[in-house]
Design a protein around this ligand. Structure first.
Ligand code: NIG
Ligand code: FE
Length: 406
């Protein structure tokens, strides 16, 4: 047993998110010992406690894992507020994209932005997430599409770790949209993604996974498959935007490649849900994009539940379909719009979000051996975090065992 630790958080209720048979992984009257950035002990009532450099009286408040936002596009240039206006005047997201707007307009602005400009705007967005208790963020490229800008975006994403108390997981989303220089040559662009950009990104260790936009206004399943094959060759994990606007069977394809996650999935057919089980693929729900696009088709939540597919919840923070820098709002939306229980929403931004990033062995739960990314909340019950909007901020936050300023 640990005799002495760095920090001891005493007398808290843990919503540990462990699978211990209790709602929220509840552990009452608990104390949590931290050493070298890790949770080294969880003690209850009469157990002998280790000594510590810093003792924290938790005053019977709730301690939760730091939140994980497992799907964002938060590094980008420009603004798409005018498209928000256009959509309200009746032009659809698909039509805006076909007219060269949408993702392509952000590509133009991101290519034009300097690394420093991208960094400063990304810091501002990530800070808002961090202020709500987010300690880990996944960030995708995909607004550069050429080699230099994709690399610039991924470097900026990683650099956030130097400025904020959070970890960043980066994903190469080359197959996001067709850049103008490849107009009419989508297959050539996919070859460029697989043979020119991906090898460099893999070699420089700039991303741990690839992602694709499998959609009528994105790329076909055949093109996405080429990206997945190349990813496997380069030892990169696989994630996929699928079934957001139509059912192209992208989720089935992603599951065949043992994807970490399939994301959006409003149009995922119920009969295809079972395929996610064998591959251990997480269903990432993005209610912000559903909300902004006035979508009416909901993801197959009941079938996902029946097949015991882990459901994660993320902001999808991006300038077009989900300009939401708030994981708590995303959780609220997942409950109100998709009828997730508050526990499902909270697990969706902790343990299941960790699994969507392949981090489930050390993030997303309060568990011995896990990273000491923790938040203390002044609430009567964890349901309160999901129930309201803009009602709560953590009282205290620890990142890698260090107390973080809020
Ligand atoms: O997750 N669906 C594709 N990609 C983003 C949207 C990006 C954008 O519109 O800029 C999404 O919703
Ligand atoms: Fe997305």
């Amino acid at each position: 047993m640990t005799q002495h630790c760095d920090v001891l958080i005493k007398q808290v209720k843990l919503a540990s998110m462990q699978a211990n048979g209790k709602p929220y992984g509840l552990i009452e009257n608990a104390s949590v010992a931290i050493k070298d950035g890790k949770i080294v002990g969880i003690f209850t009532e009469n157990q002998r406690l280790p000594t510590a450099d810093h003792n924290v009286d938790g005053q019977d408040q709730w301690l939760l894992p730091g939140f994980i936002d497992c799907h964002t596009h938060l590094v980008y240039g420009g603004s798409r507020a005018s498209e928000f206006e256009q959509r309200l005047l009746g032009v659809s997201y698909t039509d805006i994209a076909k007219q060269g707007g949408g993702i392509r307009s952000t590509v133009k602005a991101t290519r034009a932005a300097s690394q420093e400009q991208l960094l400063q705007s990304a810091i501002a967005r990530a800070k808002r997430l961090a202020a709500e208790g987010v300690t880990c963020i996944e960030i995708k490229s995909g607004y550069g599409l050429d080699l230099d800008t994709e690399i610039k975006m991924l470097k900026v994403a990683k650099e956030l770790e130097q400025h904020l108390d959070l970890s960043v997981i980066t994903t190469y989303l080359g197959a996001h949209a067709l850049p103008p220089e490849f107009n009419g040559k989508a297959d050539d662009y996919i070859d460029f993604v697989c043979n020119e950009v991906m090898p460099q990104i893999a070699q420089q260790g700039l991303a741990s996974a690839v992602d694709v936009f499998c959609e009528g206004i994105g790329f076909s399943p055949e093109q996405c498959e080429k990206v997945f094959v190349a990813a496997q060759r380069h030892g990169l994990k696989i994630k996929a935007h699928v079934e957001q606007l139509s059912d192209l069977k992208g989720a089935l394809l992603a599951a065949e490649f043992n994807a970490l996650s399939v994301d959006h999935i409003e149009y995922l057919a119920e009969q295809d849900v079972a395929s996610l089980k064998a591959s251990g693929t997480v269903a990432v729900l993005l209610p912000g994009a559903f909300y902004y696009l006035h979508e009416t088709k909901k993801p197959p939540i009941v079938a996902l539940r029946q097949h015991d597919i882990p459901m994660a919840v993320a902001t999808d923070l991006n300038p077009g379909t989900s300009p939401i820098a708030s994981i708590l709002t995303a959780m609220n939306m997942a409950s109100v719009l998709f009828a997730l229980t508050p526990e499902e929403a909270l697990r969706g931004a902790t343990c299941h979000a960790a699994k969507a990033l392949g981090l489930q062995t050390h993030k997303g739960q309060i568990q011995v051996g896990f990273d000491a990314d923790l938040c203390l909340w002044d609430i009567q019950h964890p349901v309160e975090l999901v129930c309201g909007i803009n009602q709560h901020r953590p009282l205290k936050k620890w990142y890698a065992g260090r107390l973080s300023t809020l």
